[in-house]
Structures are given as structure tokens and as C-alpha cells.
Ligand binder design. Structure first.
Ligand SMILES: Nc1ncnc2c1ncn2[C@@H]1O[C@H](COP(=O)(O)OP(=O)(O)OP(=O)(O)O)[C@@H](O)[C@H]1O
Length: 276
């Protein structure tokens, strides 16, 4: 299967990944089997599938957090699987990640300003005035004020904390953002606000999202393309409309049947991916 298409910013082909297990770690358990998919520039690929199907492992391979066994991951035409550490580091600016739990990524000892400024310092932005300008601009983009920048994470609600985590990811002007269940720890009423923010930011900044999501209604709403994973394999891949409205694949069908309304067209209170 070759799913690479013109305009794909991220292309994964025949990705295989195994982990050691058993006594002394001598046994290898294969987690990903020939995973192949592409994420079009400026669009969202929703990566769905039950727990343990390999979604986060795929994301870890993309972000260089774990080595791959074989296969190819290309970002803007550049092979990632054989990069040296310095090469990988320089690319990190273009690829950022937002996790499910903002508490894990926000050190409570630092103010919001420090937290959002830190990636700029790490990536060599030496001018304090430039850093201040970029922090203020990024906080405004996610709906936080300069005054709020002086507070600590504990002073914020879960939704606001996720906004801070998004600001940390965006301050370096990445092209690709890997979103690993970014709203599933939030109250339902807050989820819509954060999803709308992500959709607006995508439009404004032409961001490309690899969106790991277990909620199929959210996947339907936010994604241009969908990849369905099952036991480490991509079992279905196509436009959101194809996958949700015309699927014949038994695994996807069973996922959809378990969620009333997931195969219906997107609702109205969220603007979602069909914002284009
Ligand atoms: N570091 C690791 N060492 C060994 N096995 C691992 C490791 N990380 C993940 N796995 C295994 O790989 C499989 C896939 O896990 P992964 O987290 O990628 O699935 P997932 O689809 O993201 O699930 P979830 O939705 O629950 O996060 C699981 O069986 C998991 O136990």
C-alpha cells in the first residue's frame, strides 16, 4: 500500500516497531505492523482505534521519542528515521506535541510566561524583547492575557491549562502538531472550546495536525482524513466522509455502531475540521 500523496507534509510508510518483553527482555513483541499513512499540509489526520492499538506508539515514532525497527517517516520530504541527534533537535521546532494531561507538561513552579518562553530559550532565541513579543503574541492566540502570564498553572482551570500547553507548542511556530487526546481529560463543556480553538489556530497558522482521538464524534468533526488502527495495523484510511459514512470495514463498523451519532454529519456547536 502506498498512501503518499502530493501535498502530504508527513508520510509514514511501512512502519514497524517492536518492544522487548519477557524475562530479560529477550522476546520482542511487535506493536506496529507496516503502518502507512499521510497527513496533508494544513489538514488534520484523525488517528482512531481502541486502547492499545498503537496510536501513541505511532506518534512517539514520528516525534523521535522511540526508535523504529524499519520503515520510513518523511517530514516535508526529509527522512526522519536516520537523523542524528543534532539534526533531530533542529527539526523539533517544526514538530510539536500536545498531551492529554496538561498537568504533566506544565511545571507548577513556573509562571505561564516562563513556561511559554522556555521553548524559545531552549531553541536559541537570545533576544529577551523578541521572546517577550512572541510569548505575548502566542498567549493572545490561545485566548490568554498578559496579566494571566504572571500566574502559576494551579490558578487555571483544566481548559486554560490545556491552552497554556498549546501555547508552549505553538510558540516555536511549528508546522506539524501531534495532538495526543488533547481534550479527553477535560469536561465536555470545555472540550468544545478547546476544539474550536484548535480549529481556528489551524486556519490562522496553516497548521498540520496528527490528532490521536478515541472519541469518534470528535474525530469526525476535526479530521479531514481518518486512519483506523487495530492491533497495530491501519485497517482503514481515507477521507472522513468515506470512513464515517461509507465504511464497510467490519472493525470500523463495530467502532461506529458503539457510538450513536458518530457516523452522522458533524453537529453545529463545534466548527471542527470542515472549517475550510
Ligand atoms: N515502552 C513500551 N514498552 C513495551 N510495550 C509498550 C510500550 N509502549 C507501549 N507499549 C505497548 O504497545 C501497545 C500499543 O500501545 P499504544 O500506547 O501505542 O496504544 P494506543 O492505541 O495509543 O492506546 P491508548 O489509547 O490506550 O493510549 C500496547 O500493548 C502497549 O502496552
Amino acid at each position: 500500500m502506498n498512501n503518499a500523496e502530493t501535498g502530504d507534509l508527513l508520510v509514514i510508510e511501512n512502519l514497524n516497531k517492536s518492544y522487548s518483553s519477557g524475562v530479560g527482555g529477550r522476546k520482542r513483541v511487535q506493536i506496529l505492523h507496516d503502518v502507512t499513512l499521510g497527513v496533508k499540509r494544513g489538514q488534520t489526520l484523525g488517528l482512531v482505534g481502541e486502547s492499545g492499538s498503537g496510536k501513541s506508539t505511532t506518534a512517539s515514532c514520528v516525534m523521535g521519542l522511540t526508535d523504529v525497527d524499519s520503515g520510513s517517516i518523511r517530514f516535508d520530504g526529509r527522512e526522519l528515521t536516520n537523523l542524528s541527534r543534532p539534526e533531530r533537535r533542529s527539526l523539533r521546532k517544526s514538530m510539536q506535541m500536545v498531551f492529554q494531561d496538561p498537568n504533566g507538561s506544565l511545571d507548577p513552579r513556573y509562571t505561564v510566561r516562563d513556561l511559554v518562553e522556555e521553548p524559545l530559550i531552549v531553541h536559541g532565541c537570545k533576544d529577551p524583547a523578541e521572546r517577550r513579543r512572541r510569548v505575548a503574541q502566542t498567549l493572545a492566540r490561545v485566548g490568554l492575557t498578559e496579566k494571566q502570564a504572571e500566574r502559576y498553572p494551579h490558578a487555571f482551570s483544566g481548559g486554560q491549562r490545556q491552552r497554556i500547553a498549546i501555547a508552549r507548542a505553538l510558540v516555536l511556530n511549528p508546522e506539524l502538531v501531534v495532538l495526543d487526546e488533547p481534550v479527553s481529560a477535560l469536561d465536555v463543556s470545555i472540550q468544545a472550546q478547546v476544539l474550536n480553538l484548535l480549529a481556528e489556530l489551524q486556519d490562522e497558522l496553516q497548521l498540520t495536525y496528527l490528532f490521536i482521538v478515541h472519541d469518534l464524534a470528535v474525530a469526525r468533526l476535526m479530521s479531514h482524513r481518518i486512519a483506523v488502527m487495530h492491533h497495530g495495523r491501519v485497517v482503514e484510511y481515507g477521507s472522513a466522509a468515506e470512513v464515517f459514512e461509507h465504511t464497510s470495514h467490519p472493525y470500523t463498523r463495530s467502532l461506529l455502531d458503539a457510538v450513536p451519532g458518530a457516523s452522522q454529519p458533524a453537529g453545529e456547536e463545534l466548527q471542527g475540521a470542515n472549517h475550510a
